[in-house]
Ligand binder design. Structure first.
Ligand code: HAM
Length: 427
């Protein structure tokens, strides 16, 4: 029997992994400039962390967690998201004791038992950031800007930012009552999902895709904000304006996790089937205390890497990923065969990428292999060259051939590559 990967997972193969590396490199580079530093936390945590952190009544905790009992009889869960683990680590490692706020980022797999479809998987990957230790609305805007900048730098267009304020728990309690008064008379006409959400988490009812037409005239949470929440939201918008980041206020935006306070936001785009949310986040002022730490405010975001890559594909953005091998080394004859390992090793040690044949190919097939690898040069070593301590160097772009002293091969290749690079930059 041949084995197959579990439903909702993917093999990322050579040929595809280069695009992943490009996206991850971009994420890391954006974080470097915004001064977020990488944190790596465990793939699994105690189940209770997510029950407390993400919220008992969320879909994630109720239906989607990969929970198991370990051999020591403890309930563990594969992380469905990154924030709870990072906040746990922040508290456990007392990062709040440091003079600066914690600005952290992570890239890694998350697990949710969802119905798999294009853009929705059971093992997926997130790039996320968490800034913990300040309630300044300018920090909310910084996080939104960081995500926006990431999408731009990977080369995506047509992304919209939606923002909302979900206020404080007290504001939400008051709003929930108003909203239920509006929804109750139409309860029977709402879809099954909405009906059950009305009892568990009424704010999420407004998020329903099927019943949108019935919600005209629904109360808006933005009318329920108190002065402080309103001022916070206004300041976030001012900062976004100052950064020229376009956004749309969506008073019905409610996220699928319970920890948000004040700012909630999502990045949206068309092009991945019925899925339009490609990233999201918000402020979580009560979460650090909920996880057992001192009361510290935080704000962060999570960006789906599969969705980013699907969108790049649908927008036909193809970053130049396969730079090709610098030198393909070919040896003719037994003596050359003995020299090859040392020669190719020195090329690689000098910083160039180099490849050779390991399949006993004939000369014609060797040059074909060099073409297939998109080699910039072939270095040819035969008896004549060996006698003269030289190597035949062929520039695969121009077809030009020359003899180079063996000891200078790496230096000559590097010089030609540098000149070509300069030429390109000056164009
Ligand atoms: P989230 O909205 O649950 O937020 O997930 C963030 C992003 O992860 C989504 O917008 C989507 O791109 C991707 N994603 C989620 N589920 C799946 C899935 N099943 N398959 C593929 N991609 C998926 C969070 O997780 C929060 N921790 C974000 C955050 C950080 N808020 C504050 N800090």
């Amino acid at each position: 029997m041949a084995f197959q990967k579990p439903p909702g997972t993917q093999d990322i193969l050579p040929g595809t992994v280069e695009a992943w590396q490009f996206v991850e490199r971009t994420a890391r580079d954006v974080c470097r400039r915004y001064r977020y530093r990488e944190i790596r936390t465990p793939i699994f945590e105690t189940t209770e962390l997510f029950q407390r952190g993400v919220g008992e009544t969320t879909d994630i905790v109720e239906k989607e967690m990969y929970t198991f009992t370990d051999r020591g009889d403890r309930s563990m869960t594969l992380r469905p998201e990154g924030t709870a683990g990072v906040v746990r680590s922040y508290v456990e490692n007392k990062l709040y004791g440091e003079p600066d706020i914690a600005k952290l980022y992570y890239i890694g797999p998350m697990f949710r038992y969802e119905r798999a479809q294009a853009g929705r998987y059971r093992q997926f990957h997130q790039f996320g950031v968490e800034a913990i230790g300040s309630g300044d609305p300018a920090l909310d805007a910084e996080v939104i800007a960081l995500g926006w900048q990431f999408y731009r730098e990977v080369g995506l267009s047509g992304i919209t930012v939606e923002i909302n304020s979900v206020g404080t728990p007290a504001i939400r309690t008051a709003f929930r009552a108003k909203l239920l008064a509006f929804l109750e008379p139409m309860r029977d006409r709402l879809c099954k999902d909405c009906q059950s959400r009305m009892d568990r988490n009424p704010l999420r009812v407004l998020d329903c895709k099927t019943d949108q037409d019935k919600f005209e005239g629904a109360p808006s949470i933005l009318d329920s904000l108190d002065e402080e929440a309103e001022a916070h939201f206004a300041r976030v918008r001012e900062c976004l304006d100052a950064m020229d980041i376009p956004y749309r206020i969506n008073p019905r935006l409610v996220r699928g996790l319970d920890y948000y306070t004040h700012t909630a936001f999502e990045y949206k785009a068309q092009g991945i089937g019925s899925i339009d949310t490609i990233g999201g986040g918000g402020r979580y002022n009560g979460l650090v205390a909920e996880v057992g730490g001192d009361d510290r405010p935080g704000v962060g975001l999570g960006i789906g890497l599969e969705r980013t890559l699907l969108l790049l594909e649908s927008q036909n953005v193809r970053p130049d990923l396969d730079a090709g091998v610098d030198v393909f080394v070919i040896g003719f004859g037994e003596r050359a065969e003995r020299e090859l390992p040392g020669l190719i090793h020195r090329l690689r040690a000098s910083g160039l990428s180099a490849e050779r044949d390991y399949q006993g190919r004939k000369p014609k097939a060797l040059f074909k292999a060099a073409d297939r690898l998109n080699a910039k040069f072939t270095a040819i070593l035969g008896d004549d060259e060996l006698d003269r301590s030289e190597i035949g160097l062929k520039d695969m772009g121009t077809g030009e051939q020359r003899q180079v002293p063996a000891a200078e091969l790496a230096e000559v290749v590097r010089q030609i590559l540098n000149e070509a690079k300069k030429g390109n930059e000056n164009q």
